[in-house]
Design a protein around this ligand. Structure first.
Ligand code: ATP
Ligand code: MG
Ligand code: MG
Length: 554
């Protein structure tokens, strides 16, 4: 483990603990809205919320922030739980739903109405927005601002009974229409939504807004540090104002903000991710090109590679764009240490060793992982006819082509040095078969095996292999920051080559005998691959997690 210095949130927490605030307790929460699957940005929040509680002996609540029934669903609740566990974190018995607080929030709203701190506004959303003013111009007060407590109470109760249409009225906090902070200009506390809720059904026709629900939920749960992303920094005075309505001196939650994660060549907004899924622009939330946790899992990422990536990028007070190469580096680094090396030919062409005895089979020894000798070795059958990658042969190559070309020697990995003697072409001029001669004295361990040749190629036996499908994934978008291309439809920015399916790939028998869904391997020279969950006993499917080298950043 690399040592890193404390981030500003850890420092703030250490100071609060040292000062004995809230009785020296640390209680964080992770508050996803169940309106989509978790993505790598959420992983950053999860690593903070759960990680900091772990580090300082505190607790972390999982709270579903389910205050908008229109977009929420139990499908999302279940996937969120699965993904948090997969990332390596656990909420134990600390599972909460903001919807469980609807009665308490209602009571608080009623109390605020009775104290003259909240009123029902019957203006349209547009009128309310217009009266908000600008950061440099004070807003104007609603004509409904000073109606009587009795009238406010009556309307609020009838709003919840379902007597009024959506959008016809809202409950607002009576704060200050001249505040320099726009969020303090009589924020909306409740709106009418007539849509069944995935947990409370048709009990409610009014639902609390984020700002009203969030701090109160923190308070009800005893949360001490409510850590969120920077866009909520300007909401903090309102968070504190609402908490004041509940808090006594003995305890109060504190909001802290860090920079959200944005990654190059992808989008992170749940709205856009949902659109990709709904419009079948990807195969689903767990499409290996998606920045979702389930997508990364299916792509072959490990929980530790994601946690290490998050640890490396750190937490700051400045928003920015992180290169996806850093994420790729993290999984490549890990798999280099842990993934066994195997032989797979993705785009096969036949290589015939003309001086090798027909019918002969040698079981050669292939090292599993040069980075970890204890990983051992396996056998790979060598025969007169092999498959190699089509791209590894050129009849008239440019300079410095150290692969298969007439007259040149190359090493076949774990086997012999061969010299190319020519090829056969079809009528269209396409190469159909390549010929070479082997030198029997160049087998690993033999006197001539150390002979200097520049290229080493991977291969599989043409007689002993298994046909598989390989899915080559690349970046989903062609532009670094799709969210910034405001004038263009983001569908136009998709990379048309983000998925290339190869159906006639050949793998060595050893791999065929052990591969099961989720397993990860290094295909010699081709990258890191994992076995896809679509695989059946008849047909294995491999996803490319990442190439061996970064081909985008030269
Ligand atoms: P979206 O805006 O796409 O709907 P969200 O922020 O509303 O996303 P939530 O489900 O409310 O999604 O997020 C739960 C928690 O995860 C919040 O505390 C939020 O701040 C945090 N989070 C969401 N996206 C990111 C991100 N890109 N980087 C860091 N934290 C994030
Ligand atoms: Mg949201
Ligand atoms: Mg949110």
């Amino acid at each position: 483990e690399e040592k890193r210095s404390l981030n500003f949130i850890e420092i703030a927490v250490e100071n609060d603990l040292a000062a004995g605030k809230n009785g020296g307790r640390l209680n964080t929460r992770f508050p996803p809205e169940p309106n989509g699957y978790l993505h790598i940005g959420h992983a950053k929040a999860i690593c903070m919320d759960f990680g900091i509680a772990q580090k300082y002996g505190g607790t972390c609540n999982l709270r579903f922030d389910d205050t908008n029934p229109v977009k929420e669903d139990v499908e999302y609740v279940d996937s969120i739980k699965e993904d948090i566990h997969w990332l390596g974190f656990d909420w134990g018995d600390r599972l909460y739903y903001a919807s469980d607080y609807f009665p308490k929030l209602w009571d608080l709203a009623v109390k605020m109405i009775e104290e003259g701190k909240a009123y029902v506004d019957e203006q349209s959303a547009e009128e309310i927005a217009q009266q908000k003013g600008t950061p440099t111009q004070p807003g104007t007060e609603s004509p409904y601002r000073n109606r009587s407590v009795k009238e406010n109470l009556d309307l609020f109760i009838r709003m919840n009974k379902g007597e009024f249409e959506e959008g016809s009225m809202v409950l607002r906090a009576k704060i200050d229409m001249t505040s320099p902070n726009m969020h303090m200009r009589d924020p909306i506390m409740y709106r009418i939504i007539k849509h069944p809720h995935h947990r409370t059904g048709n009990t409610w026709n009014v639902y609390p807004m984020y700002d009203f629900a969030h701090g109160q939920s923190d308070y009800f749960e005893g949360v001490t540090h409510s850590i969120c992303t920077l866009e909520f920094e300007v909401h903090r005075p309102l968070y504190d104002w609402f908490v004041d309505e509940l808090a006594d001196d003995s305890y109060r939650p504190r909001q802290l903000e860090f920079n959200r994660l944005n990654l190059t060549y992808t989008v992170m907004s749940k709205r856009k991710l949902l659109q990709l899924v709904k419009e079948n622009l990807v195969a689903g939330w767990d499409d290996p090109r998606m920045p979702t946790i389930c997508g990364l899992r299916r792509r072959g990422y490990t929980p530790s590679s994601i946690r290490n990536f998050i640890d490396r990028i750190g937490y700051t007070k400045y928003d920015g764009l992180i290169s996806v190469s850093l994420l790729e580096h993290s999984i490549r680094e890990e798999l280099n240490k842990t993934a066994n090396r195997v032989s797979a030919v993705i785009n096969p062409i036949k290589l015939v060793i003309t001086n090798y005895p027909e019918g002969q089979v040698e079981n050669l020894i292939a090292e599993n992982n040069p980075e970890s000798p204890e990983a051992g070795s396996h056998e790979i059958p060598f025969t007169r006819e092999l498959y190699i990658e089509r791209e590894d042969f050129m009849e008239n190559p440019p300079k410095k082509f150290f692969r298969m070309t007439p007259g040149q020697e190359v090493r076949l990995k774990s086997a012999y040095i061969v010299k190319c003697t020519g090829c056969k072409k079809n009528e269209a001029g396409e190469v159909e078969e390549i010929y070479c001669e082997y030198d029997p004295l160049t087998k690993s361990g033999m006197p001539e095996s150390g002979r200097k040749v520049k290229g080493t190629l991977h291969w599989v036996s043409a007689q002993y292999n298994q046909k598989v499908e390989v899915r080559l994934y690349d970046r989903l978008f062609n532009v670094e920051n799709p969210a910034e291309e405001k004038e263009r439809d983001f569908r136009e920015l998709l990379n048309p080559d983000s998925l290339i399916v190869k159906t006639d790939c050949r793998i060595e028998p050893y791999l065929a005998s052990i591969a099961k869904p989720g397993d990860r391997f290094q295909f010699q020279r081709m990258g890191y691959f994992c076995v896809d969950s679509d695989s059946t006993s008849d047909k294995l499917i491999f996803n490319r997690t990442v190439a061996l080298k970064d081909s985008w950043e030269k």
